[in-house]
Design a protein around this ligand. Structure first.
Ligand SMILES: Nc1ncnc2c1ncn2[C@@H]1O[C@H](COP(=O)(O)OP(=O)(O)O)[C@@H](O)[C@H]1O
Ligand SMILES: [Mg+2]
Length: 152
């Protein structure tokens, strides 16, 4: 595992990080977005979606739990918000494994995943800071280790 931290001063900085992340995504990638309510998980996911698909008004999958996007070239991007997943048995129905067969997954509240934790994964923990920005703690596992330098 390789770890790194950075600071996002504002929403523009979050958009730039999302765009860099979008440029690094490959089929099979799991990106786990951690942090409390309001930490900035959806904001970062939206930045990735916007960079990959041009969709600038992606809905938060608060109630649908997942939302799929297709980027040019057929690359699929799954955005999941598992906050309301209370039955771990329902995990199978979310199609996470299928999503990773055809693209990448951005997953908010990954603590709900239980034992489902791909070996190749990027964990991003967001924390609000007193100045209105966010601290970002990155933990690169598996094949993400070789890409961390291009992200932060
Ligand atoms: N990097 C950032 N800098 C400043 N404000 C941010 C940043 N990221 C998110 N915000 C703001 O914080 C609020 C909550 O963000 P959101 O992404 O919905 O959080 P979460 O999905 O973690 O609950 C939004 O109003 C958003 O504009
Ligand atoms: Mg959210």
């Amino acid at each position: 595992m390789l770890a790194r931290s950075l600071h996002l001063a504002d929403l523009d900085a979050a958009a730039r990080l999302g765009a860099r992340l979008a440029g690094l995504l490959e089929t099979g990638d799991a990106v786990l977005l951690e942090g409390g309510l309001g930490a900035g998980k959806t904001t970062l996911a939206r930045a990735v979606i916007a960079a990959l698909t041009g969709e600038t008004d992606a809905p938060s999958p608060t109630y649908t739990l997942t939302q799929s996007y297709e980027a040019p070239g057929g690359f699929l991007l799954l955005h999941a918000d598992l906050y309301r997943l209370d039955d771990p048995g329902a995990l199978d129905e979310l199609g996470l494994d299928e999503a990773l067969d055809h693209g990448a997954a951005l997953i908010e509240w990954p603590d709900r995943l239980g034992a489902w934790r791909p070996a190749d994964r990027l964990e991003i923990r967001l924390e609000e800071t007193g100045d209105g920005g966010r601290d970002v703690h990155l933990a690169a596992h598996g094949n993400w280790e070789t890409r961390l330098d291009r992200l932060a």
